[in-house]
Design a protein around this ligand. Sequence first.
Ligand code: F6R
Length: 241
Amino acid sequence: AEVIVVGSRRAAGALVAEAIERLVLQRPDAVLGLATGDTPLPVYRALAERVRAGLDLSGVRGFALDEYVGIPVTHPQSYHSVIAAQVTGPLGLEPSAVHVPDGRTLGIETAGERYEDAILAAGGVDLQLLGIGTDGHIGFNEPGSSFASLTRVKTLTRQTREDNARFFDTVEEVPVHSITQGLGTILRARRLVLLAFGRGKARAVAAAVEGPLTASVPASAIQLHPRATVVVDEEAAAELT
Ligand code: F6R
């Protein structure tokens, strides 16, 4: 992967937002792969600035990477809620054009296949934004995930639940299960942009970019992608050689 070290999260956001603007000018109905969590926020912020300056994203379609299973869609920390609050609303995307995996337990056994069908029907993802977990996950593909995996239910590791406890009142409230695009799904996107900030991500970034391809570091799968860019700050780059 191409690695770009930037001076700040804000600079990373500006860089990636510019790439997205270029894509959308070329293709007004581009399909964006959307990540949640803290990492993509500088990108969404920079994009919102561009929208205020006149960029039209109303034709853009989107697919979120993942969703929790076991909390209602109306929960403020469900990724349906987060995508609506941080992406669809502020960026002026058509809500019906932005998809999030269906984490409701009723029908969960077909939810993965339905999501894959929706991505295919949209013509695939043009640009996929990715964060990385401290345990090396992308999406919620925890260590041990197959590189060929498609959207399916995954159990979150204790580490991930602890990392995400900051979004809930206690770690016990963090759902145990998620539904996530698979590594195979992610690899089908035409372009990958993985972002990582802070010292806590340095080991995972080094393992993903420079380590062997291994299911133990699911993010190492990006090495298989012909057009993957990794945008990191100095801290997250600290363990790269
Ligand atoms: C979120 C996702 C996860 C996060 C990762 C990092 O949709 O798929 O892989 O990107 O857990 O989370 P943050 O950005 O909160 O450090």
